[in-house]
Design a binder for this molecule. Structure first.
Ligand code: NAD
Length: 421
């Protein structure tokens, strides 16, 4: 794999973590490559009777610690490199949270906004038909990601049940509640990040009222805005794929949510309640205490990192800060709560959903929130302590924390399980 690939860049963090642990080089060799990645072409019938085909992938990166787990992304620019990188991050994320899973990911190269609902359903079902032998409740468990949601997971779970001839709710998480979805899954990613910031607030020297900028206003961005605003923090800027708005006095979160629920961009709120248009590229450099990237990868890079004014970055998106930007931010004293910890609330509640599906007994929303908070605080605290004792960034500490667990599991299997001698 090229060092210039997304995965090549992600592996820099693995190498860095390895320097802080005394582990067998075979462990690192194993973690440098995806175990299996399958590519298919999905053929579907469009509403006008024509046929179209879409590239699709499912990657099972590493299953040392359990069945692989990871979302399915529908995006026009999805690539195999991106899928494998996201699956690599899932491997580390599940280890960070001590969930009994390995890492996986899937994608379809498609702009779902250009499909009708019926076409989207045919595409979602085609994905499961193609990958039914790869996924499974004890093998590989998909979930939603960018531009996929609970409705799509519902269709996918239904297609899988038809193929195997029985209901298997634990094959997919993020399902509608009516099909065995978990309470609390909707806002789990944002809520996990919110619990983490709240728990470490004193260590991070945060004030009572934070000024917050959020990049991306989908599932993760909207819920974190709502949770932080409810605690009295001020959301001073937000963006989506069409542009950004700002207000020094604080944006009206309800107005932003109404716009999104109505299928409109956040920029349609400009001119009301003190909301002003902000050039989208300026969001990262907005004057604020907390920057929350909640869109896509590589949004904070070597070009714009120097403009960051926030003292704290909460990575709800996966891989939003490049390795070069990481160094620039570290030199500026900006603390980053890294993706594999900060957005792990999503996979943690997905795990709760899988557990509930398997036991056929469902928990209350309060129980979900309480269990999620405890795990975020437990792993967040452990990682914070590694960062202090080793004098490394929180990101390196998170990788060290996860790599220790992965190494222990790989060694426990016995290296001959992976390499023929
Ligand atoms: P989503 O599809 O609900 O929202 C994505 C948002 O990003 C949309 O508002 C879109 O308009 C915006 N966006 C796209 N390109 C942009 C750009 N160039 N500038 C600004 N905004 C842009 O997706 P989501 O589920 O909220 O996921 C967002 C990020 O969080 C992704 O990196 C995803 O992998 C990560 N994540 C999500 C979950 C989850 O449970 N939803 C869990 C872990 C990580």
């Amino acid at each position: 794999m090229s060092e210039d690939s997304l995965l090549g860049h992600a592996l820099v963090r693995l190498d860095e973590a390895a320097t802080h642990l005394n582990i067998d080089p075979d462990v690192i060799e194993k973690l440098k490559y995806a175990r299996e990645t399958t590519q298919v072409r999905l053929m579907i019938r469009m509403d006008d009777g024509s046929r179209k085909s879409f590239l699709a992938w499912r990657c099972r990166y590493d299953d040392t610690r359990g069945p692989t787990k990871g979302g399915i992304r529908f995006h026009p620019e999805a690539t195999v490199d991106e899928v494998e990188t996201l699956a690599f991050w899932m491997t580390f994320k599940c280890a960070v949270m001590n969930l009994p899973y390995g890492g996986g990911k899937g994608a379809v190269q498609v702009d779902p906004r250009k499909l009708s609902k019926a076409e989207l359903e045919r595409l979602s079902r085609a994905y499961i038909q193609a990958f039914a032998r790869i996924i499974g409740p004890d093998r590989d468990i998909p979930a939603p990601d960018v531009y996929t949601n609970s409705m799509i997971m519902g269709w996918m779970a239904d297609e899988y049940a038809q193929i195997v001839g029985q209901a298997e709710p634990a094959v997919i998480t993020g399902k509608p509640i009516a099909l065995g979805g978990s309470l609390g899954r909707g806002d789990a990613t944002a809520r996990g990040g919110y619990y983490l910031v709240r728990h470490l607030a004193e260590d991070l020297g945060l004030g009572k009222t934070l000024r917050v900028a959020i990049q991306g206003f989908g599932n993760a961005g909207q819920h974190v805005a709502r949770l932080l605003a409810a605690d009295g923090h001020k959301i001073v800027a937000v963006s989506d794929s069409e542009g950004a708005v700002r207000s020094e006095a604080g944006l009206h979160v309800d107005m932003l949510l109404d716009a999104k629920n109505g299928g409109h961009s956040v920029i349609t709120t400009a001119g009301q309640g003190g909301h002003e248009i902000l050039p989208a590229g300026d969001l990262v450099g907005v004057d604020c205490d907390l920057l929350v990237p909640a869109a896509l990868e590589n949004m904070v890079d070597a070009k714009n990192a120097a403009s960051v004014k926030a003292k704290l970055v909460l990575e709800l998106a996966n891989g939003p800060v490049t390795a070069e930007a990481d160094e620039i931010l570290a030199k500026k004293g900006v603390v980053i709560l890294p993706d594999i910890l900060a957005n792990a609330g999503g996979v943690t509640v997905s795990y709760f959903e899988w557990v509930q599906n398997r036991q056929g007994y469902y928990w209350t929303e309060e129980e979900i929130h309480d269990r999620l908070r405890k795990i975020m605080e437990r792993e967040g605290r452990a990682i914070w302590n590694v960062s202090i004792t080793k004098g490394v960034t929180v990101r390196t500490a998170a990788y060290v924390h996860a790599l220790g667990r992965l190494a222990e599991a790989i060694e426990a299997h016995g290296t001959q399980s992976f390499f023929t001698s």
